[in-house]
Design a protein around this ligand. Structure first.
Ligand SMILES: O=C(O)c1ccc(O)c(O)c1
Ligand SMILES: [Mg+2]
Length: 624
């Protein structure tokens, strides 16, 4: 199936947009009229440039307020159309989008609109072009694809067809299965967009908040299943009006777009195996079994501080890499690797970002298959020279420049610790404090990049995203959401910073990019763990405890125990959550200890503003 994207979806001038769209791997492009008219290049030059880049111009759009007009407006609309058809001939595209009329002057009536489109089809014939009719969700008389189809059906002209747009159908909550009754060869192009569910004016929602399929909440997969059932074999074209995308990196947004279409087609092909959809073969979304390790990049000077903190939290140094300057700390099922090599990616990461948790190792069923899926979705494989006797661990680059390694039980990879590490003996023993597993990994990024991360994780792994929550920092809002595997075997929290004065934003600025800002370890007895740790917990203010006691009706004795250990508390319908934090180190990295009781699913979001305020107080108190 051919992929396409509208120029309105990304930033830059038209020439820059075409370059980014081609580089991302699209087969075609929808040219937006404003982009064309404001470009310094003539339509024929733009057309040639697109073709030289291997891009078919799938559509020219939009043509507004055409059908159902009284004279003399009607004649003027036809004259306008003739001019645009001539321009399309220059540009080298044969399809124009007519969006349903929004003008108060439009008269309505299916037959009147059909007659106008039939007459337009006759003119289009003379120019060798085709006309596609799309129902805008806010159209004056036609706002539903079923009515638009009826207009096209009655126009009964082979130059006149239907244009479907997932946003307009799904935003109006029209059952996408109604598409199944439309003949696929009467659908001239299919436009795709997702969007977050926000209750607002349809036009405003559409023009500012659309996002890539898989980034939002609309039922784009069922929509595409219905389209596939019609036998439609034309391009799938992204049309994303989004304020952030318009101001973002054209290459990155175009790459996200391409990934979103491949991911969408993969999902649809699995559900509609007999459809005409041609999709690159790849393994299904990867179920993550767990976090096998987390690796820090450090250097000889910074490692002792990190290692002292790990020991204080009950991690024992259990292994040393056979050939590299890498040590392994372990407690319960948690493996922490500290890499102080002076070349390779770990070193480069340390030099640019400082001490950071730059790599994670995930346990999967089949590591090689995981990389195959990731590559099919445009992820970059990661390979580094391996030394004598070392394993080649399949890996990809993460979005922020980190690395994700994959381990499985079906190969030598199962023995990675024995193969690559020598057990350490003779160091003083460290008593564990009861930390059992990695509960979650919190990554911080600029807010603009959040959707890129969501799509990356969701498309490669069997993970779903939670709703976005706003976390108030005294200096601005931080937007937070979780991407989780259904079993909780991998939980990632993504925090999007809007400015650099928030704690999260400061971290992104000072570490030169997005990365892991905190690691949360799970225990089944947080009181015992915190008491046994040789690290002070982040002091939490009295007002927090007064508030939580009153808000949740807690027993004062229990609250006194929480307070004694600086433990924060939350609960939901199915369980309770207790959490405590370390002080921050370096540019703002910290550890968290959590205890989940019952089926609690969240991350203590109501406590986050208290945590942030406490961290900021602790930091300013530490300043001379
Ligand atoms: O917002 C609009 O006007 C507009 C224009 C053309 C489209 O294809 C569309 O979906 C929306
Ligand atoms: Mg559209």
């Amino acid at each position: 199936m051919r992929t396409s994207i509208a120029t309105v979806s990304i930033s830059g001038d038209l020439v820059e947009k075409l370059g980014a769209i081609a580089a991302a791997g699209f087969d075609g492009v929808e040219i937006f009229e404003t982009d064309l008219l404001t470009s310094g290049e003539s339509p024929s030059t733009i057309g040639r440039m697109a073709r030289d880049l291997g891009l078919e111009i799938t559509l020219f759009q939009p043509f507004r307020d055409f059908e159902g007009l009284p004279e003399p407006l009607r004649a003027r609309a036809f004259e306008r159309a003739r001019r645009k058809f001539a321009l399309m001939n220059e540009l080298g595209t044969d399809l124009i989008l007519i969006c349903s009329n929004v003008s108060p002057a439009a008269l309505g009536g299916i037959d009147r609109a059909a007659a106008d489109l039939r007459d337009l089809g006759e003119i289009a014939e003379g120019f060798g072009v085709r006309v596609g009719y799309e129902a805008l969700a806010w159209g004056r008389h036609v706002s539903d694809h079923r009515d638009a189809w009826e207009v096209v059906r009655r126009a009964d002209h082979n130059r006149v067809g239907l244009i479907l747009d997932s946003f307009h159908t799904l935003a109006r909550r029209i059952d996408p299965d109604t598409i199944r009754a439309i003949p696929g060869d009467r659908i001239f192009i299919v436009q795709l967009a997702d969007a977050p569910l926000i209750d607002m004016d349809l036009l405003y929602w559409s023009r500012h908040f659309r996002n890539m399929p898989g980034e939002g909440d609309l039922a784009v997969v069922p929509f595409m299943q219905a389209v596939a059932a019609t036998g439609y074999a034309g391009p799938l074209s992204l049309e994303i009006f989004n304020d952030q995308f318009r101001g973002g990196s054209s290459r990155a947004i175009a790459a996200d777009g391409h990934r979103s279409l491949v991911y969408l087609m993969d999902q649809v092909a699995r559900k509609e195996p007999h459809s005409a959809l041609s999709v690159p073969a790849m393994p299904d979304r990867i179920a993550v079994k767990g976090v096998e390790f987390i690796e820090f990049a450090a250097d000889a000077r910074s490692a002792p501080d990190l290692e002292a903190r790990l020991k204080a939290m009950g991690f024992a140094k259990v292994g040393r890499h056979r050939t590299k300057s890498v040590v392994l700390y372990r407690q319960g099922g948690i493996n922490i690797v500290v890499n102080t090599e002076d070349d390779g990616l770990a070193h480069a990461t340390y030099v640019t970002h400082g001490t950071s948790a730059y790599a994670i190792g995930l346990k999967v069923e089949d590591a090689a298959a995981t990389v195959a899926r990731a590559r099919a979705l445009g992820a970059q494989p990661f390979e580094q020279a391996v030394g004598e006797g070392e394993l080649r661990i399949p890996a990809i680059r993460g979005v922020g420049g980190g690395v994700i390694h994959f381990l499985d039980d079906r190969s030598e990879l199962a023995r990675v610790w024995d193969v690559e590490f020598v057990p350490i003996s003779g160091v003083e023993p460290v008593a564990p404090v009861g930390l059992e597993r990695v509960d979650h990994i919190a990554q911080t990024m600029n807010h603009d990049e959040m959707l890129t991360w969501v799509l990356f994780y969701r498309s490669i792994f069997a993970m779903e995203k939670s709703a976005l929550v706003d976390v108030p920092d005294p200096s601005g809002l931080v937007r937070s959401l979780a991407v989780e595997s259904p079993s909780g075997s991998l939980r990632l929290t993504l925090n999007g910073a809007e400015n650099s004065r928030t704690l999260a934003g400061h971290f992104v600025t000072r570490t030169f990019g997005s990365s892991v800002q905190h690691l949360a370890f799970a225990t089944s007895d947080i009181f015992a763990a915190v008491a046994a740790m040789g690290l002070p917990t982040l002091p939490i203010g009295q007002s927090y405890y007064d508030d939580v006691e009153a808000r949740l009706g807690l027993d004062p004795d229990f609250v006194a125990r929480l307070r004694a250990h600086n433990i924060l508390y939350d609960r939901d319908e199915s369980g309770e959550f207790l959490q405590a934090y370390s002080h921050t180190m370096g540019e703002g990295f910290f550890f968290e200890i959590v205890e989940r009781r019952g089926g609690y699913r969240g991350y203590g979001a109501p406590n986050a503003p208290f945590r942030i305020a406490a961290q900021k107080r602790a930091l300013s108190a530490a300043m001379p």
